[in-house]
Ligand binder design. Structure first.
Ligand code: 1PR
Length: 595
């Protein structure tokens, strides 16, 4: 170990210890969960897409095309890495406090929980180095938790002391005001002063995903460069000199976000055109493209799409329907304006996903060029392979995050966890849902529900939440409950969608992907009764899924339920309706969307 002394802007002198033998800042999960067979290729090696060449030339021509990245291994920093590389910069990872002090420009993409991050920063001598670097007014960009850590303290599992550079306490959003928490989605900024890096936003939406936020006050008003409204007005970004921090995710905010990063990386450069002025005023309803992915009978990974979960052609060969290649389609949907892209590994329940290298590669390639959130699901559960090697669901999720996922989605395993929780009334902390949300935060954990409608004549004959249905059942039944299924709809379980939704919210889910087997692939519209039932029952965001056949179905679900997002597959894959036309329709119907 060596000790190094750094100059400080303040009178204090910092003596910082470096740990030269260490490559990972956090004990979780990068190092401990690394899987050697997945690491045989360096990240980015397989990059086949064009990057932004003009920026590569500029960055290297200036001789300092390097960004120092403070990655403490707690989540998906791959997106930030990809965005930096896309903009033509190389990355130097912080290993020691000296790396911070030697940085020309430092990006700190905070992910995970406040306390865990502060703990690592303190233990590794990074906290003092960061304070010193920022006090010297050197180029800094904090993202999400990277903004929150600059404040005095946070209430997240706390109070926990922060870096104390900005007056104020980071607190939780108040869901009792009728706002979903986490705050997930594309929201508008009120830019309060000329903020350099925000100059190109032009009233357009940026992507947020968080449950905690810092509030504006007289004490911190000199720092604030923008605010955002979500129940309360909270701090969306701060700026002082060369120091910037944003609560949203520029690396996930599409072209607008790339433009923000570009402005940080190329200060004083007129690199970007003035954007078309947008009309963003509040949280937008999201339109999500979903890719059900599986290996077909020839062994190729394809995007498929079922009718009520049956993905095979009804021909003699009974082949798996092939609607395209996952990476290409995802890239196309990004260009078309999808607010998120979801991949569901639909045979993950029977094949171990970490044995499914192509799926992980799909994520890696996609995340290199798609700068909106990526969700991946399928097969997230504990698993013991043929050699007796045990993998926890957390390991599976970690590998998905490392490969480029921003959120993971759990299907079958969440049903078992909810059943157990409802039976015992106790949280064991051991379910995949609880473990993953504890480590990565509940905003990173989606639960995918696959319910099937069960009609009943008399609601008192069932113990599950029953609702009157708008269209009676085959025998004139006026009520239905929604039975949860596992293994891709193959097995019905003794739990209703309503009971499941309440339970998984309690267990730490951050969002619900609400499918409906009856409506899947039918093109007759979302199951409004179901979406209303669930979106009224929970305070986490609900994504309506299954049944979209026309742009009008999106306005219907947003007008009649509290869904935060609507997802479709078939109509986009078959090019029957474009994402753009859905958004235009929503906009004309007075529903705010990201354009
Ligand atoms: O149980 O954790 O391994 O997760 C498996 C995941 O795979 C779950 O999210 C489950 O929904 C999904 N899945 C399993 N089997 C199928 C199948 O189709 N045979 N796909 C399947 C579910 C439903 C939607 C679909 C919408 C929109 N797909 O996501 O994309 O219904 O379709 P539409 O717009 O064409 O109507 P685990």
């Amino acid at each position: 170990m060596e000790a190094a002394t750094f100059p400080s802007a303040t009178s204090r002198m910092l003596t910082l210890k470096s740990r030269s033998n260490s490559s990972s800042l956090f004990p979780i999960p990068s190092a401990s969960y690394s899987l050697h067979f997945l690491r045989s290729k360096p990240a980015g090696e397989a990059l086949k897409f064009e990057t932004s060449r003009s920026f590569s030339v500029r960055a290297s021509a200036s001789g300092d095309g390097v960004v120092t990245l403070l990655d403490y291994g707690a989540g998906n920093v791959r997106s930030v890495r990809n965005a930096i590389r896309y903009l033509g910069f190389n990355i130097k990872d912080v290993q020691t406090p000296e790396d911070i002090m030697n940085a020309r420009r430092l990006i700190f993409p905070g992910v995970g929980a406040f306390a865990a991050a502060m703990d690592v920063l303190n233990r590794r001598g990074m906290a003092e180095a960061l304070c010193s670097y920022i006090e010297q007014d050197r180029p800094f960009l904090g993202i999400c938790l990277g903004l929150q850590l600059l404040f005095e303290s946070s209430e997240e599992n706390g109070p926990v002391k922060g870096l104390g550079l900005i007056p104020g306490i980071v607190g939780r959003f108040d869901s009792s005001k009728g706002y979903n928490v986490p705050h997930i989605g594309w929201n508008a900024l009120q830019i309060t002063e000329d903020s350099d890096i925000l100059d190109d936003i032009g009233n357009r939406h940026v992507y947020f995903v968080h449950s905690y936020r810092a509030m504006p006050s007289d004490d911190n008003k000199d720092w604030i460069s923008s605010t955002c409204n979500y129940g309360d007005k909270f701090i969306a970004s701060v700026k002082r000199g060369n120091v910037h921090a944003v609560q949203f995710h520029p690396e996930k905010s599409g072209a607008v976000g790339l433009s923000i990063l570009r402005r940080f990386l190329y200060p004083n450069n007129e690199l970007t055109k003035k954007p078309v002025q947008g009309k963003a005023s509040k949280l937008a309803k999201r339109v999500i493209a979903c890719l059900d992915v599986r290996t077909n009978d020839k062994g190729d990974l394809v995007v498929t799409k079922g009718d009520q979960y049956d993905v095979r052609e009804h021909t003699e060969d009974n082949e798996v329907r092939n609607l395209g290649k996952p990476v290409e389609l995802a890239g196309q949907y990004y260009k078309d304006g999808a607010d998120e892209v979801s991949f569901l590994n639909i045979t993950g329940f029977r094949d171990f996903p970490l044995g499914d290298l192509p799926m992980l590669q799909v994520l890696r390639y996609t995340s290199e060029n798609v700068f909106v959130p990526l969700t991946v699901g399928g097969g997230i559960r504990d698993f013991t392979d043929g050699n007796g090697r045990y993998y926890s669901s957390l390991e599976v999720a970690s590998e998905y995050f490392r490969s480029g996922a921003d959120k993971i989605s759990i299907g079958s395993d969440a049903v078992y966890a909810a059943e157990e929780f409802l039976k015992t009334g106790e949280k064991t902390g051991k379910s995949s849902l609880e473990q993953i949300s504890r480590v990565y935060g509940n905003q990173a954990v989606v639960v995918s529900i696959d319910p099937r409608r069960v009609y009943v004549k008399d609601p008192d004959t069932v113990k599950f939440k029953t609702i009157p249905v708008r269209y009676p059942g085959p025998n004139g039944e006026k009520y239905a409950w929604y039975q949860c299924t596992v293994n891709g709809g193959r097995e019905g379980r003794p739990i209703g969608a309503y009971e499941l939704a309440k339970a998984i919210e309690e267990l730490g889910a951050g969002e619900i992907l609400l499918n409906c087997i009856d409506c899947d692939g039918q093109g007759k519209g979302f199951d409004i009764d179901l979406v209303k039932l669930i979106s009224d029952a929970v305070s986490i965001p609900v994504i309506a899924s299954s049944g979209a056949g026309a742009a009008e179905h999106f306005s219907e679900v947003f007008n009649q339920t509290n869904a935060s997002a609507a997802l479709a597959a078939g109509i986009f894959h078959r090019k029957e309706v474009s994402i753009q036309s859905v958004k235009e329709h929503l906009s004309e119907a007075g529903i705010e969307v990201r354009i």
